[in-house]
Design a protein around this ligand. Sequence first.
Ligand SMILES: *Cc1c(COP(=O)(O)O)cnc(C)c1O
Length: 394
Amino acid sequence: MRDPKAFLRAEYEELVKNGFNWELRELQGPSTPRCIVDGKEVIMLCSNNYLNLSNHPRLKEAAKKAVDTHGAGSGSVRAIAGNMDLHFQLEKAIARFKHTEASLYYQTGFAVNAGLIPQLVGKGDTVISDELNHGSIIDGVRLTKADRGVYPHSDMAGLEKALKEADKNNARRVLVITDGVFSMDGDIANMPGIVKLAEEYGAMSYVDDAHGEGVLGPDGRGIGPHFGLEGRIDVEMGTFSKALGVVGGLAAGSRDLVNFAFNRSRTWLLSGSAPPATAAACKASIEVLESEPQHVKTLWDNTNYFTKELKSIGFDTGHSETPITPVMCGESHKAKALSDAMMEDGVFALPIVFPMVARDKARIRTMMNAGLTREDLDKALEAFERNGKKVGIL
Ligand SMILES: *Cc1c(COP(=O)(O)O)cnc(C)c1O
């Protein structure tokens, strides 16, 4: 008789043996810049809560109030009976913020990519993707029957080659899709180059701005305004789970896009809608960005200081252009040893190792937060210097 469940333990043990398993740390209390992890106070350097909006009083108040006025849950999927005034109000706010005609709110950013990409292209079409795109884009692409082209990271000649190939194959529709900010290295996509080529070849452009919203552009409006490309990117996808401090996905663009997207995206149609507290907190996060630009400025001041100091200590910080700053370590075990030593010293910073990055490109990925003080940053820098020497990176 075969044992149908034996693989569960065997594969898990294999992961542990290779050091590829996740060990979950426990956050006790809110995700604040200084927070309690596994019973210890630490400086948080690996949350995506760039602007510390998850603790902003206006977001918390909006969430509490929505529970009182609308309850804990929405009751259904949006398409049936779970579409509340709060969802529509949020979508108006998103469109205003992104300067687009319309927007659609999904339960998560993952649900946008997995639900929308396979509807935009299908059999007879071509989807062209940067090789370093996020896993949720990769999964969205896997769900299409379209032909696939992958171009080397940020290589515009490679993108043009893939567009030519799609023309040669008489592709019916062509979709070019890219991360706005690449989350492992913190570099920014060449959006002007991508948009220009997409326009030239009659392709749709789609950007995943998960790490750009709240970070790039005036008032954190994202990669479109950062490059002055308003109105020229066909689909701007984003998330409320990072700088905006809550959870949820968005697609912003034309009214035609939104009408099409909500009638076709299976993740949107077949999955319950966000609860009132979430929708209300998301709307409040946009209002905070529109009225309190100081958070974005502080984020960048902190980033510039921290990266400059890391470099002057002697670390290789890769080619980041954003508040994601990698500290390159080389071998996986060095990244893990450095992260463990940092944790001992009260700094929570995550190692990123193979298979997420190449075997010899292991790193600690630091994510800046507008709520960290200069004193916090200096303490983290001191710990990096001390432990970098200890594990043999400096
Ligand atoms: C985090 C992330 C997502 C997923 O967004 P969620 O709203 O957390 O599901 C998608 N794309 C990129 C590039 C991301 O970094």
